[in-house]
Ligand binder design. Structure first.
Ligand SMILES: O=C(O)C(=O)C[C@]1(C(=O)O)C=C[C@@H](O)C=C1
Length: 311
């Protein structure tokens, strides 16, 4: 028995046919499809619960989209204590289709269902082709496809895959997202350096804790070059340090910053920030220790700081 071929269980937002379902977690030695067994969840919170309860080794959650921006449900889940640990990231090109039950025509459509991210990524298409349709948010793109199976006046924005997953659906429009990639997909390795046309969603791969036992990574083990830190001022610190002071104390360049209301809102508009940091491959050896020191400096300056992932 080869240790590295043990199946890893992956939680994803279901049902089958979502974009989350199509993500293949990369950072482990076993990425062959036959070594993955997947567990569908009905919300992103379920994905976090699946890894926390050890029902799965990892879970995939969308983090940002190149057209519609941050995935708020994911950041909201990341506010909780002991929420899991980010072990990697995957970027997926997202091409949406408009699917209906067999026989339903464009003129019949009064409601368009999808995940709010997908509705947001197709705003231009919707305004042009369905200016008076009502838009209905549902739990996922594939849940929308499943729901239109029994409807004669609604359509779903989802992946083309859903036309094969759910029997009885047909594709009315393809590639309806507001930006299209014309050329073949170039390497996504440096996607943050070379902006690409098209529609891309970045997913975090999470495990229950930093020490969750995962299959061994590929050889040679890649250095860690990114991390996510949750920051806020301590509620008992007076005066409460501003986010700029916390970032100055951290003293490591921040590549992106998100902000959400804090879960236990003890002070009005007391927010929590998510800072993503990156380093070059050549600096990756010193990176984990640098981060630890940065976190200590934030704590010493009246802030709270927690490492939510390093990959
Ligand atoms: O509904 C799905 O298919 C999902 O996997 C969710 C989700 C998202 O929340 O961003 C993932 C990728 C796409 O950007 C659209 C929807």
């Amino acid at each position: 028995m080869h240790g590295h071929l043990k199946p890893i269980r992956v939680a994803f937002l279901g049902p089958i046919g979502t974009y989350s379902h199509q993500v293949k977690p990369p950072p482990f030695g076993c990425t062959a499809a036959e070594t993955l067994s997947r567990l569908r969840s009905i919300s992103f919170a379920d994905v976090f619960n699946a890894v926390a309860s050890k029902a799965t080794h990892v879970g995939v959650v969308p983090q940002e989209n190149s057209i519609f921006g941050s995935v708020i449900e994911t950041y909201d889940a990341l506010r909780a204590r002991d929420v899991g640990f980010i072990q990697g990231e995957v970027v997926l090109e997202v091409q949406h289709c408009l699917l209906v039950r067999h026989g339903v025509k464009q003129k019949d459509i009064q409601t368009i269902k999808s995940h709010e991210q997908a509705l947001g990524q197709c705003r231009g298409f919707l305004a042009k082709n369905f200016p008076s349709a009502s838009l209905e948010k549902v739990a996922s793109t594939a849940a929308a496809a499943e729901a239109v199976l029994t409807s004669s006046d609604s359509a779903a924005i989802c992946s083309k895959l859903c036309a094969t997953v759910f029997d009885g659906l047909e594709t009315l429009f393809e590639s309806i997202q507001d930006q299209n990639s014309k050329s073949s997909l170039p390497s996504l390795l440096f996607h943050w350096l070379t902006p690409l046309p098209g529609n891309f969603t970045r997913f975090y791969v999470i495990s229950g804790t930093r020490d969750t036992e995962l299959p061994p990574p590929p050889d040679p083990v890649p250095g860690k070059t990114r991390c996510l830190i949750r920051l806020s001022s301590r509620t008992d610190a007076f005066p409460a340090p501003a986010i700029t002071q916390l970032l100055t104390a951290l003293a490591i360049p921040v590549s992106r910053l998100d902000r959400r209301p804090q879960l236990e809102n003890k002070r009005l508009f007391h927010d929590v920030y998510f800072a993503e940091l990156g380093c070059g491959e050549s600096d990756s050896d010193a990176w984990p220790a640098d981060i630890e020191r940065g976190i200590e400096r934030v704590r010493a300056s009246g802030g709270e700081a927690d490492l939510l992932g390093i990959w």
